[in-house]
Every structure is written in structure tokens, then in C-alpha cells.
Ligand binder design. Structure first.
Ligand SMILES: [Zn+2]
Length: 266
């Protein structure tokens, strides 16, 4: 299993992306992205047909835990702000590579994990990376103790996913790179526990403090950008290269009980 989660292959040239599984039916679309618009392919390539997102948040309605509810409602959104290096994120764009108008409003939230420590992730994002292949960032990190660290302002485009799409939607921001959801996505990453710094399929999971803090971050984004619970998804689901599996060992019920207590689900 590949878990190079901190190198999301934001916008590598198609021919240089290691491990990319290019399906025959995708080649025309990808070639259009490389060649740019011609009379024959002036439209934005359509994303590959993918399986629909079946949100675990919507499968049931848990009983609201009043104690949890009181605690979360009273919990302030305490952010530490650290600026990612300017090479590692960009502006949300209003025109795609073909010059067509697109809506950059955040419409999907992608969950990730850091694999290594919070400090390691911060170091990666604050280090300038001149090469496209090394440029990566999330908007927000959530540490094991519930620390919330904003690395990229939500108004900017974090480079959290590479070749990716959600609900049949992606954006080509450059004719040199493949389609991605970064232009309309918010990315949040959970600090992986120490036993997860391996290529294993699972680890010991995330702390209650992390789920509390994550729900607080998501509540802020859901209200601010009118994002429905259905549009909270994973890097594993949106990745079209079949190379990402994060966040591993994620407890959807822990998030569901919290978002329900906050009145955002059910
Ligand atoms: Zn990821």
C-alpha cells in the first residue's frame, strides 16, 4: 500500500507521475489536458466515471448525547495559524485551463492523515518546494491532543489531492496537469498515531480530542460554505490514481455522533 500521504502529487505532469494507473478510456481526456484546447476538444475533459460516494454519516441517526452536545457547543474554535510556504499552495481560480468560468467556492471536504507527526507535517508545508511534484499542503491539521493548526487559509487552494474528482466534478487549472478537485475543496488532516508511521492497512486510530476538534473545524466550514454532510469524504475515495488510502482506521461513528450533537447531521 502506498501511503506517501504528504506528497499528494498535486499537479505533476501526466507522463512523470509515478504509479499513476492510466486506464485506456482516460487517455483521451488526459491528452486533451496536455495538448490544450483545439477545435475538436475545446471543452473541459469530463472526469472519469467513478463509483458514487456512499456517505457513512448518512446511514443512521444516533441518539444525541446531551453531555457531548454541551461540551462541543461550548468549545471555541481555537486555531493556531502557521503559513505554508507560498510554493505549496495557490489561489482558487475562476477560469479553467480552457478559459471556461468555474465556481471556486469550497464544496467538498476531504479527510486525510499525516502518517508522521504533526511537527513533521508542519515542517513539510512550511518548507519551500520549487519542484511541482514536491508541493503539498492541507488547509488544517488536527493534532492528537486536539490542536487545530491552520496552514492554508480556506480562501486559498491547498494542494491536498492530485489526480482526483468528487461526484463527477474536477477542474483543470493548467493544460499541463491532470484534473483535480483542489480548486473547490477543503482539506483537513488528522495526525497519525505513532504506530501508524508504517505502510500497514490500519493503526490504533485517532483520539477523542481529535474527533472533537475535527467536528469543530467541520462545523465551521459546513456553516460558512453551506456544505452538506454528504460532501465530507476521504482522500481514498477522491483519488483517481488508486494510490491513496487515507485516512486509515477512521471511526465514522465518532464523527457522526459529534456532528449530530452539533445539529449538522440528521
Ligand atoms: Zn491524503
Amino acid at each position: 500500500m502506498a501511503i506517501a500521504v504528504l506528497q499528494p502529487l498535486k499537479r505533476q505532469p501526466i507522463t512523470e507521475r509515478p504509479g499513476l494507473l492510466i486506464k485506456p478510456e482516460m487517455l483521451d481526456w488526459l491528452q486533451q489536458a496536455v495538448d490544450g484546447p483545439t477545435e475538436e476538444n475545446a471543452k473541459t475533459p469530463a472526469p472519469p466515471v467513478d463509483k458514487p460516494w456512499d456517505s457513512p454519516l448518512l446511514k443512521s441517526c444516533p441518539v444525541v448525547d446531551r453531555g457531548l452536545q454541551q461540551r462541543l457547543v461550548a468549545m471555541p474554535l481555537q486555531l493556531s495559524r502557521i503559513n505554508a510556504a507560498p510554493t505549496n499552495y495557490g489561489e482558487r481560480v475562476h477560469l479553467d485551463a480552457q478559459g471556461q468560468r468555474i465556481d471556486p467556492t469550497p464544496a467538498v471536504i476531504v479527510l486525510h492523515e499525516t502518517v508522521y507527526s504533526l511537527g513533521s507535517a508542519i515542517n513539510t508545508f512550511t518548507t519551500p518546494h520549487p519542484n511541482d511534484a514536491d508541493q503539498a499542503s492541507y488547509h488544517t491539521l488536527v493534532g492528537q491532543k486536539g490542536e487545530i493548526v491552520q496552514v492554508v487559509d480556506p480562501s486559498k487552494r491547498a494542494y491536498g489531492a492530485g489526480h482526483s474528482a468528487f461526484d463527477g466534478r474536477w477542474v483543470f487549472t493548467s493544460k499541463h496537469f491532470s484534473g483535480s478537485l483542489n480548486n473547490f475543496a477543503l482539506h483537513v488532516s488528522l495526525e497519525t498515531p505513532p504506530d501508524g508511521a508504517t505502510s500497514g492497512q490500519q493503526h490504533s486510530g485517532y483520539t477523542p480530542a481529535q474527533y472533537d476538534a475535527l467536528s469543530r473545524v467541520l462545523a465551521d466550514w459546513m456553516v460558512r460554505y453551506k456544505i452538506e454532510p454528504h460532501a465530507i469524504t476521504t482522500h481514498r475515495h477522491v483519488d483517481l490514481g488508486n494510490a491513496r488510502s487515507d485516512p486509515r482506521s477512521f471511526d465514522w461513528s465518532a464523527l457522526q455522533t459529534r456532528l449530530t450533537a452539533l445539529g449538522l447531521v440528521c
